[in-house]
Design a protein around this ligand. Structure first.
Ligand SMILES: [Zn+2]
Length: 103
């Protein structure tokens, strides 16, 4: 997975209510190739209280979005693709394919 927790992304495909949304990645689910984006993909669950102190009513839950449906946001160019670079020490880093700045 190229996308990491904390990345700012834009949802470019998917259901109408999440498309176009931008937010930070709050969780990555590598085994499912999905990410959870802050405020995006909210599913409303109507839940009855089962135990004491459990929240009842409508719970808003961030739903995982497939990574192919999000694009990372570059500070300069907006939605972009990620490229890979390697520094002198052999460490890999991610770059914006449009402007080449590190992400
Ligand atoms: Zn850029």
């Amino acid at each position: 997975m190229k996308i990491r927790k904390g990345d700012k992304v834009k949802v470019i495909a998917g259901k109408d209510r999440v498309r176009g949304h931008t937010g930070n990645v709050v969780r990555v689910l590598p085994e499912r190739n999905r990410v959870i984006v802050e405020g995006a993909g909210i599913a409303k669950r109507h839940q009855a209280p089962r135990r004491q102190n459990e929240q009842a009513g409508i719970i808003e839950k961030n739903m995982p979005i497939h990574v192919s449906n999000v694009m990372i946001l570059c500070d300069k160019c907006g939605p972009t693709r990620l490229g890979a670079g390697t520094d002198e020490d052999g460490r890999k880093y991610r770059v914006c394919r449009k402007c080449g700045s590190e992400l």
